[in-house]
Design a protein around this ligand. Structure first.
Ligand code: ATP
Length: 244
């Protein structure tokens, strides 16, 4: 595997006394696309939130999260963002009454305030990936289609120039054509050097785009391997890929 960017070991997360993730272990190499597939309620969102330090207040986690050689499991979310970790939550959480451009600007706010780089360059990079957002730059986020909102959520995360982009079900609720478009873009991110940890119920699409995959069942990693091998694994085919 390329240089290890993220290594998670023995990660458990619970809500009250109920374990949603149990002793999970996974790795993401620099520039890799790694997917975690699993059914509804398997613990996928909880796993991402625990890695990001963003569990709801009812939740708690323990275990090790090593990012770029540093143990970050006790760090606050902001500090993890500052070193290049980024999470696009399932609900996308855009500012509906703000324009596309302003939503993007907010994504890079921390960097631009620090005077790191001209925001126009960064926004042009995002617009190259998502030409549709450029056409709609002055439109309110609340009036975008589902697919465009997902693009904006990913674009906003990219404005912070992450090295690890965690995506929680980017295909949720989108038409098949838009899902293909989104996955095509995710695959293109590889060339930009960003590593992606992709959580998906759409196992077929996720395994097509990923280098490596993990299968999560009731909070536990039950299988893992190169994405192509997982896609041929009888257990995965039967439980997650159906007959098609
Ligand atoms: P989905 O694909 O449906 O989003 P998921 O695999 O992402 O599911 P999680 O959302 O991580 O699964 O949920 C894992 C388990 O934890 C579920 O049983 C869920 O009901 C429970 N859970 C999630 N969030 C909370 C919470 N805030 N409080 C209590 N239980 C929760």
């Amino acid at each position: 595997m390329p240089d290890k960017l993220l290594e998670v070991t023995g990660l458990s997360a619970r809500y009250g006394k109920v374990n949603a993730v149990l002793e999970a272990a996974l790795q993401v190499g620099a520039g890799q696309i790694v997917t975690v597939i699993g059914a509804n309620g398997a613990g996928k969102s909880t796993l991402l939130n625990a890695i990001m330090g963003a569990l709801p207040t009812s939740g708690s986690a323990d275990g090790l999260v090593v990012y770029d050689g540093q143990q970050v499991q006790d760090w606050r979310v902001e500090r993890r963002v500052a070193v290049g970790m980024s999470l696009v939550p399932e609900k996308r959480e855009l500012f509906a009454s703000m324009t596309v451009e302003d939503n993007l600007l907010l994504g890079g706010f921390r960097r631009f305030r620090a005077g790191e780089r001209d925001w126009r360059d960064e926004m042009e990079n995002v617009f190259r990936l998502f030409p549709r957002l450029k056409e709609r730059r002055a439109q309110h986020a609340g009036t975008l289609s589902g697919g465009e909102r997902q693009m904006l959520a990913v674009g906003r995360a990219l404005m912070a120039k992450p090295r690890l982009l965690m995506l929680d079900e980017p295909s949720l609720g989108l038409a098949p054509r838009i899902v293909r478009e989104i996955f095509h873009i995710i695959s293109g991110l590889r060339e930009t050097g960003v590593a992606t940890l992709l959580v998906e119920q759409n196992a077929r699409a996720a395994l097509q785009v990923a280098d490596y995959g993990y299968v999560l069942e009731t909070g536990e990693v039950v299988l893992h391997g190169p994405a192509r091998e997982l896609a041929d694994n009888p257990r995965v085919v039967e439980s997650y890929l159906g007959l098609g």
